[in-house]
Design a protein around this ligand. Structure first.
Ligand code: ATP
Ligand code: MG
Ligand code: MG
Ligand code: MG
Length: 581
């Protein structure tokens, strides 16, 4: 590629809304341009990186036996109604109507559509196992789109879905994907950690996130440096959410019934700093008259420490810090009550914007509340993740990601816990028969009987990877791309390309040789002054730079500098090819 033919658009300053290094650098290097909140144009320089990331993902998935297909961005609502997610999903799901007044969604993920394909196409056990994947545009109407394409509303995801005969086979598919992900992130040249993640209603230990280690990550990972233990506690988002909640609850205190009723109050009662993980649960109490009729019900939102046994809480055995304890007689709140108290849509209760003072007893860590909606029906109260259909556990099933601080013993007993921040770039998840049962997707097993598919789903944030890589690898001058995903691997910077025949000839020859060798090289033939030219390529982050100038060429020398090197080294022009190959 020649720079004059390509499109290079660098900026001296980052726009004001760019908060973190990766967002600033992606804008300054001209990789992306903003179109609207959470909406970005992938500019030619950025698209080259995206394509390289995609190529690595494709290569490893194909090697692991996955098959690529593409499902429409626009999906009919009917399938989503079959699983109930059309109603349940909350505001992240973008719904719209066509000219015939039919409901549609823009896919945030594709479990429904792939399950529909499977029930039509995978008729027999002989067709299994099968793992379909796509690299496709997604849309999620994120509550807070930010950090450029790291948390966009429209973004590119690789999503894969496995179909198996039984639990054992599904476990093998899961392990194969875990291994493929490990190879993918190794090849991408990123420092990462696979951590245990919430498995929601499905339970078990079959959910892992792949986290790129970076101080600006939105997730917090607890890990044990002396063992394999690692888990996500999604601390950062939770802390800010908890603060928002507390503020919202506090604002209503004026209209509150007397008592220690706000989240903040309850947290204080429990001696619980807001930055610690806690659990919550929505319950109700009733006041009855002499005839035993309920005259008044109060909905309570109560926070408890993450390490309390929820059954004890429900049984009223929990002692608060002031010794008051919880009265027996709590019950789950009904949907009607919750709607009335929280001013939310039936079936949904957003995590923020509490209009009423409430007491909370928790069923999961607040650290994981970041993305959930609550709802209740006549049978009782449910909390569901909007984590794309993975129902959260019933209170009793809460997993072991709890109220941890640095230095706590690790759950595997192999050392103490440390905390670091990460960016979730991938997620592997065992789904069981959740979707196949909801959509009655079956195959005929060897005994001739229909059986529900055992499923798994596996996501990678293709476009988020760019941000994560830059967060991890940059300096004050710009990006330091790993070779594998750099927009160009080598840049030739001729000094005086438009003035000196020697320089032009040497640059053109080197360029032609590298192209012939299959090296991804760009020749900067724009005739820029050296300072501006070097600054551009350092900002863009091309890993290898060759400078050719009249003076050096007289001695048969070029200057080579790796993007991470402190200084350039002189290399005989004749040896350049071997150095860069
Ligand atoms: P997060 O916790 O960051 O909101 P998620 O758990 O909701 O992510 P998944 O449903 O697991 O996301 O989707 C698979 C992958 O898609 C994630 O691991 C992440 O890399 C990517 N992803 C999710 N949401 C976004 C987004 N808004 N912008 C860019 N990438 C995203
Ligand atoms: Mg999310
Ligand atoms: Mg997540
Ligand atoms: Mg996830």
């Amino acid at each position: 590629m020649k720079a004059s033919q390509f499109f290079i658009s660098t900026l001296k300053e980052a726009p004001a809304d760019a908060e973190i290094a990766s967002h600033k650098l992606m804008m300054r290097a001209g990789l992306i341009r903003k179109l609207g909140a959470g909406l970005y144009n992938y500019m030619p320089m950025g698209l080259r990186v995206i394509r390289k990331v995609e190529a690595i993902i494709r290569d490893e998935l194909n090697k692991a036996g996955c098959v690529e297909l593409v499902m429409p961005v626009v999906q009919p609502a009917e399938l989503w109604q079959e699983t109930g997610r059309f109603e349940k999903m909350g505001d992240e799901l973008l719904r719209f109507k066509d000219r015939h007044d039919r409901d549609f969604v823009i896919q945030p993920t594709a479990e429904e559509v792939i399950t529909d394909i499977a029930r039509q196409e995978l008729r027999s056990y002989r067709a299994l196992p099968k793992n379909f994947y796509q690299i496709q545009t997604k849309f999620r109407d994120e509550r807070r789109p930010r950090f450029g394409i790291m948390r966009g509303r429209e973004f590119t995801m690789k999503d894969a879905y496995s179909f198996d005969r039984d639990v054992e086979a599904a476990g093998k598919s899961y392990d194969a994907m875990y291994a493929a992900y490990t190879r993918i992130f190794e090849r991408l040249g990123l420092q990462f950690r696979a951590v245990a993640a919430d498995t929601g209603a499905i339970g078990g230990d079959r959910s892992h996130e792949f986290q790129v280690i970076a101080d600006t990550g939105e997730d917090a990972i607890v890990y044990c440096p002396t063992s394999d233990y690692a888990a996500n506690i999604e601390l950062a988002e939770a802390v800010s959410l908890l603060a928002e909640r507390a503020a919202a609850a506090e604002a209503c205190e004026k209209v509150a019934t007397p008592g220690k009723s706000t989240c903040a109050d309850v947290a204080a009662l429990l001696g619980l700093p807001l930055s610690r993980t806690v659990k919550s649960l929505v319950l109700a109490t009733d006041e009855t008259n002499e005839a035993g009729e309920i005259v008044k019900s109060t909905v309570w939102l109560l926070l408890v420490r993450g390490d309390h046994d929820l059954n004890e809480v429900k049984a009223g055995k929990l002692q608060l810090a002031d010794g008051s304890g919880l009265k027996a007689g709590f019950r789950f709140a009904t949907e009607k009550e919750i709607v009335a108290h929280f001013g939310c849509k039936p079936g949904y209760l957003g995590p923020i914007g509490l209009k009423q003072p409430v007491k909370v007893i928790a069923d999961r860590t607040v650290a994981n509340m970041a993305d959930w909606v609550c709802g209740a029906n006549e049978e009782g109260f449910h909390i569901r993740g909007v984590n794309w259909g993975r129902d959260l556990p019933e209170p009793d099933l809460v997993a072991d990601i709890r109220n941890v601080v640095e230095g706590d013993p690790s759950p595997d007993g192999q050392g103490v816990l440390a905390i670091q921040r990460g960016i979730e770039v991938g997620h592997v998840f065992y789904l069981g028969t959740k979707y196949s049962k909801a959509m009655d997707a079956t195959f005929l097993d060897v005994d001739g009987k229909p059986k529900h598919f055992e499923m798994g789903c596996y996501g990678i944030g293709v476009t988020r990877i760019l941000g994560a890589a830059i967060e991890q690898r940059h300096d004050e001058r710009g990006i330091l791309w790993p070779d594998a995903i750099a927009p160009f691997t080598v840049v030739i910077c001729p000094v005086g390309y438009d003035r000196s025949d020697d320089v032009k000839q040497a640059a053109d020859r080197l360029y032609a040789d590298l192209v012939a060798d299959g090296v991804d090289v760009i020749l900067d033939d724009r005739g820029e002054r050296p300072g501006a030219m070097f600054a551009d390529w350092e900002l863009i982050g091309v890993p290898h730079r060759v400078v050719l100038g009249d003076k050096g060429l007289k001695e048969g020398l070029a200057e080579y500098q790796g993007r991470g090197d402190a200084a350039a080294t002189k290399v005989p022009v004749a040896e350049l090819l071997a150095t860069l190959r």
